[in-house]
Ligand binder design. Structure first.
Ligand code: ADP
Length: 473
């Protein structure tokens, strides 16, 4: 039963059956042709002799008729004792030969008595049924006989033992089945070899998949044969496994980072409450403890909001509501709201805005501006500048936020859009800075079909450029 479920066995059965059918068909056709040829040749030989004997018998029973070929009639000696006919000298060889092989003839009279026969004729040959008009044929074992009734009511039979030819045919059949069997075996062995080779990647694939399911994510399918369809499938699966592994690793790292970020404010709350509760405190001390707890809770809330935003961006099925947005007032509002913060930090915040329109989610677009301007103020120095530019360029929206702040080291630049990545952990340890801001900005920009780039020089400042598909006014 197991064999009928295996692809290899099914192919083998089908292929073997088909090959057997073709070989058997070919063998039987070849044998039948050989047999028909043999009989046709034998029947022609018998017919030829029948013609000659018939004319002799006719001449014998009608003395007035002349012998065939103009020869004088040769009266058969002792006709009534089943004596042989006397054949013309040039035809005598026709009924001679080794006992088993020679042609024979027998002539019966109308009353059923044998009148003549050749010396090679067997003793007990049954008289054939009367034949009408033309010679008829019959086979008895290895004997083939032709018989014909003359107009005088005599029956003539010519026959010969074709045992040697039959033996020859048996040898031919034996040879055919031997060659056929060898071809069948060769075909089956070749088919088995090819299917084993072709299906080998399948067992590699299932072994690798089983190992991966067991948790061995680094496992890959061995792909030596990259040209075949299965080899290509294995390569594609390897790519998929690699991406799955990278995704899984990212997920594990993300969970670890998120837990780590939550641990700090949680520890603050625990320590503060423990110390406040350990003994009686003054009102001022209680106030300070509560303020610390509040800051930690704010940090946790901001982190949770960021995580929620990322989760929404990650879930592919969730489409955020889009509408036509006028970006200029949106950016202006955010910058105006940020001005007090910039002032407290001694940073000069300015903007140059032109009308720009796009189709997007206003909350998400606000998040982008908020984050970029917030960072430009946060990572700046006393007396520094922040400039926000907005304009339409070649049908797209261009938002540029540049500052004269600390700048980002070249080694960190490629990583600043990664989740939880912070250039200087100590400096950016403020409640709203968990290293998720730029990752979220990038996610939103990409969701809107745009791009974000940064150029930065340490000590001189950074410029973030966001390009989004725009709408014509
Ligand atoms: P965070 O929320 O901690 O600010 P972000 O993802 O927004 O995280 O930024 C990642 C890191 O990139 C920050 O830790 C900071 O070091 C650096 N960074 C972002 N914006 C600027 C900027 N305008 N100037 C200098 N450094 C910046």
């Amino acid at each position: 039963m197991r064999y009928f479920h295996s692809i290899r066995w099914r192919v083998q059965f089908w292929y073997g059956g088909l090959l057997l059918l073709v070989l058997a068909g070919f063998g039987f056709t070849a044998l039948d042709l050989q047999r028909t040829n043999q009989f046709t040749r034998a029947d022609r030989e018998l017919e030829q002799r029948m013609g000659m004997i018939a004319s002799l018998v006719h001449a014998d029973t009608n003395p007035s008729a002349s012998a065939p070929g103009g020869n004088p009639r040769n009266p058969p000696p002792n006709v009534h004792n089943s004596a042989p006919l006397r054949l013309p000298p040039q035809e005598t060889g026709l009924f001679e030969g080794s006992p088993g092989q020679a042609f024979y003839y027998i002539v019966w009279r109308r009353d059923g008595k044998r009148t003549m026969n050749s010396s090679s004729a067997p003793a007990n040959v049954p008289r054939p049924e009367p034949s009408q008009g033309h010679p008829s044929f019959r086979s008895r074992g290895t004997l083939r006989e032709c018989f014909h009734d003359t107009s005088d009511g005599e029956s003539i039979l010519i026959g010969r033992d074709y045992r040697a030819e039959f033996d020859e045919m048996h040898r031919f059949a034996y040879l055919l089945s031997l060659v056929g069997g060898a071809v069948l075996l060769l075909g089956l062995a070749g088919g088995w070899w090819i299917s084993t080779r072709a299906l080998r990647p399948v067992s590699d694939i299932s072994a690798a998949a089983a190992r991966i399911a067991d948790g061995d994510l680094g496992r890959r399918i061995h792909t030596a044969d990259t040209g075949s369809e299965l080899g290509q499938l294995a390569q594609n699966l390897n790519h998929t496994f690699a991406r799955l592994q990278a995704g899984f690793t990212r997920q594990v790292q993300f969970t670890a980072d998120a837990s780590h970020e939550l641990r700090t404010p949680l520890s603050v709350i625990l320590i503060q409450t423990q110390s406040a509760l350990s003994r009686e405190r003054t009102t001022e001390e209680y106030r300070e403890s509560l303020q610390s707890c509040q800051r930690a809770a704010q940090r946790m809330r901001s982190l949770m909001e960021n995580l929620l935003m990322l989760a929404r961006l990650d879930s592919t099925g969730t489409a955020h509501a889009r509408e036509t947005c006028e970006l200029e007032p949106l950016v202006r509002d955010v910058v105006e709201l940020m001005k007090p913060l910039a002032e407290t930090r001694g940073v000069h915040l300015d903007m140059e805005l032109e009308p720009a329109r796009l189709c997007g989610n206003p909350d998400q677009l606000t998040w982008i501006v908020n984050n970029l301007v917030g960072n430009a103020i946060q990572y700046n120095k006393e007396g520094g500048d922040v400039m926000v530019n907005l304009r339409m360029e070649s049908g797209g929206v261009l938002l540029i936020v540049s500052d004269t702040g600390t700048g980002i080291p070249a080694d960190d630049l490629p990583h600043i859009f990664e989740r939880f990545y912070r250039v200087d952990k100590a400096r950016s340890n403020a409640p709203d800075h968990s290293g998720l801001g730029l990752a979220i900005v990038k996610g939103i920009v990409e969701e809107h079909g745009g791009t974000i780039d940064v150029i930065s020089e340490v000590g001189k400042g950074s410029t973030f450029t966001v390009r989004l598909p725009g709408l014509q006014a």
